[in-house]
Design a binder for this molecule. Structure first.
Ligand code: ATP
Ligand code: MG
Length: 344
């Protein structure tokens, strides 16, 4: 199917391992996304009904009542010492590779992967992650998600990337080299925290409504906003009866809970940069990640930059593959010597 794959022994890929979604971009042109859920049948009956030992992605989510369901990168960490989480990461990567590597490829095909993970995972789990992936890829380079994004957008100098995902918001200041710890920050104020907050506010206001976190997340993904919005009205069962409820205020409050922590960290990171570069960085802030799509958020952060003399925030409109594409560019740019050093 693809000459580059069948003729050479190496396939370079970029993988973005996210809390809620993971994606792969491969040098053979394949690009795939799976939701970061892995589930095992919870008993013998579930095993029989499902006919499989493990389910990954949207399928796992759909059949969750029959599964022990994991989201292995929840809160940005692979839970330490959890065999189950390690197995789940392995299954997730196996699925991504299955999708990207054509069936019938040579068994000798070596995968060279750049893997983007939340910055916190990188700090705590780098060795662990390398070990987990060792059976599936020949060489692994692990980088933080916002760095992979910056690489993909070719914005490697005088840039700040703010990646608002599900489990974490990762900040990274790019100064034209690999970022150090000091250039990066991680906050737990991100999509999952908004979901929990919104869920709580709705339950408080409509005590009889039955609302699951999955329903709340779906409403947020359609109607999220900060600032002004038309009324947000949704249907929920109230004592079994479908009922319309107005969730405009809860939606505003839950989404706006991100503003203060984001503003504070953004301004603080900028203030730490050497003064002559600060204004360039202020004018080159990139907002990415699924939660970067909250309506009005980019504009609010840009307004906050006014406190330091003004700036510009650009929102990545289609953030799903931007991290894995960046990983792939990096995988391509790293020469053979570099990869050799990364091999176990
Ligand atoms: N249109 C939207 N408006 C608001 N939030 C959204 C929208 N689309 C997706 N999200 C939220 O974005 C988050 C997922 O974003 P993303 O895929 O960047 O996260 P991730 O990479 O899996 O997580 P992390 O980077 O924390 O590991 C979820 O919380 C999801 O509900
Ligand atoms: Mg992410």
């Amino acid at each position: 199917m693809n000459r580059a794959t069948s003729d050479s022994e190496v396939l370079k890929v970029g993988i973005d391992l996210g809390t809620s979604r993971s994606s792969i971009s491969a040098a053979n042109g394949q690009r795939h996304m799976v939701q970061s859920y892995v589930g095992w049948p919870s008993d013998m009956v579930a095993r029989k009904v499902l006919g499989r030992d493990v389910l990954v992605g949207a399928e796992a989510l759909e059949h969750r009542p029959m599964l022990n369901l994991r989201r292995p990168l929840e809160r940005g960490l692979i839970k330490e010492g959890s065999d189950q989480d390690e197995k789940a990461v392995r299954e997730l990567v196996r699925r991504l590779l299955e999708l990207a590597v054509p069936a019938g490829s040579s068994p000798a095909l070596a995968i060279h992967a750049v893997v983007g993970v939340p910055a916190e995972t990188l700090r705590v789990n780098r060795q662990n992650l390398r070990r987990i992936l060792a059976g599936q890829v020949a060489s692994t380079m692990i980088v933080s998600e916002p760095f992979a994004v910056a690489y993909g957008l070719d914005s490697l100098v005088h840039t700040m990337v703010i990646d608002i995902g599900a489990g974490t918001t990762d900040f990274c200041v790019l100064m034209g080299r690999f970022p150090t710890e000091d250039d990066q920050r991680t906050l737990s104020a991100a999509g999952d925290a908004v979901d929990r907050h919104l869920h709580g506010l709705i339950e408080e206001r409509y005590t009889d409504a039955s609302v699951s976190i999955h329903m709340v997340r779906a409403w947020k993904e359609r109607h999220s906003f900060v600032g002004e919005s038309a009324p947000v009205v949704v249907d929920v069962p109230v004592r079994g009866k479908p009922t319309r409820i107005d969730i405009t205020e809860p939606m505003r409050r839950a989404c706006e809970s991100l503003l203060e922590p984001l503003r504070e960290t953004m301004l603080d990171l900028i203030a730490r940069v050497e003064p002559e570069y600060q204004s360039r960085i202020r004018n080159n802030v990139i907002l990415t990640g699924g939660s970067g799509l909250i309506r009005g958020l980019g504009a609010e952060l840009q307004r906050a930059l006014g406190e330091l003399g003004g700036g510009r925030v650009r929102v990545v409109k289609d953030p799903v593959f931007v991290g894995s594409d960046g990983g792939l560019s990096l995988a391509r740019d790293a020469d053979d010597e570099y990869w050799k050093r990364l091999s176990p």
